[in-house]
Design a protein around this ligand. Structure first.
Ligand SMILES: [Zn+2]
Length: 518
């Protein structure tokens, strides 16, 4: 570690750190208190968990930074005025400033076509001003869906314009149950499906009788209709102690889903029919029985009975075969001993910056290193996707974890709000998951990190995040707390903040391993 370690930097700032347990209801309840103190003389509360700073008056914005910014009604603004002894106004309203000069607020956009936010920081006779230009974002209504009498077909594909990175280009198309609903079902690019209905910006695709999903129109292109329904007549099962592989010969790649309940796995292939395939019996492998079922509604269901619940699975398409890889679950009695845990210190590239400049990427690395040490002490084998400040792509993070034999993947982050949302909306501990095998891990990590960091458990959220997509192992993304809230940023700068975050991660992983699955 170098001096970029926030723990090292924080050590200089926290001579009287107190655990923010008594403050864990967040800034909403704190705001009036601080506002009162500021109004009555600009003196910071002495018992604050934030160490005071009395630098020269500045007006450094950490958000927004690229201007003009498009917002509909209100905007988050965070940054520092360099001193806890100054005052800050936005469009004439006094904004609470923390003892270290940090602030994070949510302000209404003034009316008019080209509104501006006028910021003014003052300390004695010193004044610094900034003006933020704003363009108004437009909300569009959802148009009604129009049924398509003459069905045409489309092929799923990522729009060529969507080139954030290779991981984004290669990711599946996420279908939704309603035109602009939450992401529901990953569908591989290249699949052909018939269109049942459409709106100007979305199409409803038929998977099987009575099962349809919505996909954004821009993620499709016209395709020739499929003339012959693919028939599944051959299924292969290969097993080793570490994985079982089911291969289905099929004329073209199909939409599939995988559901598991305890030791049963149902792999559905949409748009196919099945010839009679005799049930297969596994010998000593994870799969004990395999059956192919055709309910005659446009689906084929491959049902697997397992010796124990799976740790994870992955589907792919390889040279005329649809493939399901499935890996056995952990033995709870083995505990953490030998468990290969991938710890992914979130960012760079990108990442948020707190009001007084704490960078998310250096914080996450400090937490990952601390957690690795704790895991090693418990007999686990932690693997860090990065150990220095160099940027690392999402694909590289996953590939490195897979090559290291990771059995679970934990990406470590600190939160900042999206456009038009207030800083306190991201307070508390949130954990994101994508594939169902990661839900239980997300839940225990939310509870343990929240408890360890004296935060609210703010949610276990299903979302299509790039780092959670291509994995077979359970993968989660943890937002331990809000980096943009000054009191949380001050806590994350302290050794206690880093230790609490790391200890919460390790406690969660431990209870995930040691509690019975499902
Ligand atoms: Zn992040």
């Amino acid at each position: 570690m170098t001096s970029s370690n926030p723990a090292v930097r924080a050590a200089r700032h926290t001579h009287h750190h107190t655990a923010p347990r008594k403050l864990d209801r967040g800034l909403i309840t704190l705001a009036p208190l601080i506002l009162t103190v500021v109004l009555s003389g600009g003196c910071a509360p002495r018992d604050s968990a934030i160490a005071p700073a009395v630098g020269p008056l500045v007006l450094d914005l950490r958000y927004p930074t690229s201007l003009p910014v498009a917002v509909t009604e209100s905007i988050s603004v965070w940054g520092t005025i360099g001193t806890g002894k100054g005052r800050l106004r936005m469009n004439g309203r006094l904004v609470p400033v923390e003892p270290n000069g940090g602030f994070a607020t949510f302000v209404p956009i003034p009316p008019g076509q080209a509104p501006r936010l006028e910021l003014e920081a003052r300390k004695g006779s010193a004044v610094v001003r900034r003006s933020i230009p704003i363009t108004r974002a437009r909300l569009e209504p959802i148009p009604p869906a129009v049924p398509k009498p003459a069905a045409h077909w489309v092929r799923l594909r990522r729009p060529p314009s969507d080139t954030v990175d290779a991981a984004t280009q290669a990711r599946p198309i996420f279908a939704r149950w309603t035109p602009r609903g939450d992401v529901a079902l990953p569908l591989a690019q290249g699949i052909r499906l018939p269109v049942e209905a459409e709106t100007p910006d979305a199409v409803r695709l038929r998977l099987a009788r009575g099962i349809a999903v919505w996909v954004p129109r821009m993620e499709t292109e016209e395709a020739s209709p499929r003339r012959v329904t693919p028939t599944i007549a051959q299924v292969h099962l290969t097993q080793s102690p570490t994985q079982s592989v089911v291969e289905v010969a099929v004329a073209e790649e199909l939409a599939t889903t995988v559901e598991t309940v305890l030791t049963e796995v149902r792999w559905t292939l949409f748009g196919a029919e099945a010839a009679t395939v005799a049930p297969m019996l596994g010998d000593q492998g994870l799969v004990r029985r395999l059956a192919v079922n055709d309910p005659k509604d446009g689906r084929v269901i491959v049902t697997l009975s397992l010796a124990r619940p799976p740790l994870g699975w992955r589907t792919s398409w390889r040279a005329g075969r649809s493939v399901l890889e499935i890996r056995p679950g952990l033995e709870p009695t083995a505990g953490l001993g030998g468990l290969i845990v991938a710890l992914d210190a979130g960012h760079p590239p990108l990442g948020s910056v707190g009001p007084t400049g704490l960078a998310e990427d250096s914080l996450t690395l400090a937490v990952a290193l601390d957690a690795a040490q704790r895991l090693r002490a418990l007999g686990a084998r932690p693997f860090l996707t990065r150990r220095d400040a160099g940027p690392l792509s999402v694909e590289a993070r996953i590939a490195l974890a897979e090559a290291a034999g990771a059995q679970l993947f934990v990406s470590i982050h600190a939160n900042a709000p999206g456009e038009g949302r207030p800083p306190w909306s991201v307070d508390g501990t949130r954990v994101y998951w994508l594939h169902p095998n990661a839900f239980r891990l997300a839940k225990v990590l939310q509870d343990s990190v929240a408890a360890s960091m004296h935060q609210a458990a703010a949610g276990v959220i299903n979302n299509d995040l790039a780092v959670l997509r291509p994995t077979w192992f359970p993968a989660v993304l943890v937002e331990g707390t809000a980096l943009v809230i000054p009191i949380r940023e001050a806590y994350l700068r302290s050794p206690a903040g880093i230790a609490d975050y790391a200890a919460g991660l390790v406690a969660g992983i431990r209870s995930w391993v040691e509690s019975p699955q499902q």
